[in-house]
Ligand binder design. Structure first.
Ligand SMILES: [Zn+2]
Length: 279
């Protein structure tokens, strides 16, 4: 009899745990993530991605991904690829001689392929304001731009003589000072990680159905070796800040057991594609 009681107790504990899990699953908002290719960047002089001569004489192929995050409370676009003027039959060698660049298609066409329209976006954020992340930003003018206040003052403030044209048309602005929980439930969080630029940020996303949350690096890292060796590009805003952000990033990634995605890495593009295809 004792044995039976124990067995019944064990069964009820297991079923209770199961229903708890179900409640948790139901109450979590269904967040979806899509990745799109905002460009191809062939780096002809990889040495610019180091403070020393580590990469002298090397070249590397980058991708230039941007992302759509769909949440029951709204849609966020993260980063904006290369400008649409670069939707060209042949890649373009930009004047500095460092990058060969090309964009595969327009924003409208790319969104159509995943069932979205430009007007669907309530929120827009970029990791930072370099040309390979601000590409189609001007088209997101009806969304609220989530930007660190210091980054805004550097690229779009009214006190600037000439605003960065890619962001000049964005008039709905929410200026941030640090981390920001976009939809207020912890599933989509902008993390302030300065150093590459003054207000550089990365994005944490809890995608429904994925075992691990996704952590998008922005340009904290450009490729795998940069992460392993803590390589800081020659053109970064602040080296010390970058290294501090890298430490902060790694601690956060570990705490959350996150899947780290380096946005310029073709390998990580494939990794995320496979993860999202598995859903
Ligand atoms: Zn970049």
């Amino acid at each position: 009899m004792k044995k039976i009681l124990f067995l019944l107790l064990a069964i009820s504990i297991v079923s209770c745990k199961k229903s708890e899990k179900k409640v948790e699953e139901i109450s979590k908002p269904k967040v979806k993530l899509y990745q799109l290719v905002g460009g191809s960047i062939f780096v002809k002089k990889l040495e610019v991605f180091s403070q020393d001569t580590t990469y002298t004489g090397q070249t590397k192929q980058f991708t230039d991904a941007y992302y759509v995050i769909s949440h029951p409370k709204g849609n966020l676009m993260w980063d904006a690829g290369l400008p649409e003027q670069l939707v060209l039959p042949e890649p373009f060698d930009e004047p500095s001689g460092i990058f060969r660049i090309q964009r595969p298609d327009s924003l409208a066409n790319q969104l159509k392929s995943i069932g979205f329209k430009i007007e669907d976006f309530t929120h827009f954020a970029m990791s930072h304001s370099h040309f390979d992340h601000t590409g189609h930003a001007n088209l997101l003018k009806d969304a609220t731009w989530l930007v660190q206040e210091n980054e805004f003052n550097t690229v779009a403030s009214d006190t600037l003589k000439q605003k960065n044209p890619a962001v000049a048309e964005l008039s709905k602005v929410k200026k941030l000072n640090g981390d920001y929980d976009v939809f207020g439930d912890g599933t989509v969080v902008i993390k302030y990680m300065p150093g590459h630029t003054i207000g550089h940020q990365v994005l944490y996303v809890e995608v429904a159905g994925l075992e691990k949350p996704v952590l998008l690096t922005g340009d904290l890292y450009h490729f795998e070796e940069n992460r392993t060796n803590k390589g800081v590009p020659s053109f970064n805003y602040n080296v010390t800040q970058t290294l501090e952000s890298m430490d902060k990033f790694e601690a956060f990634a570990k705490e959350k057991n996150a899947e780290v995605i380096i946005q310029h890495s073709p390998k990580d593009y494939e990794k995320l594609k496979n993860l999202l295809n598995s859903l």
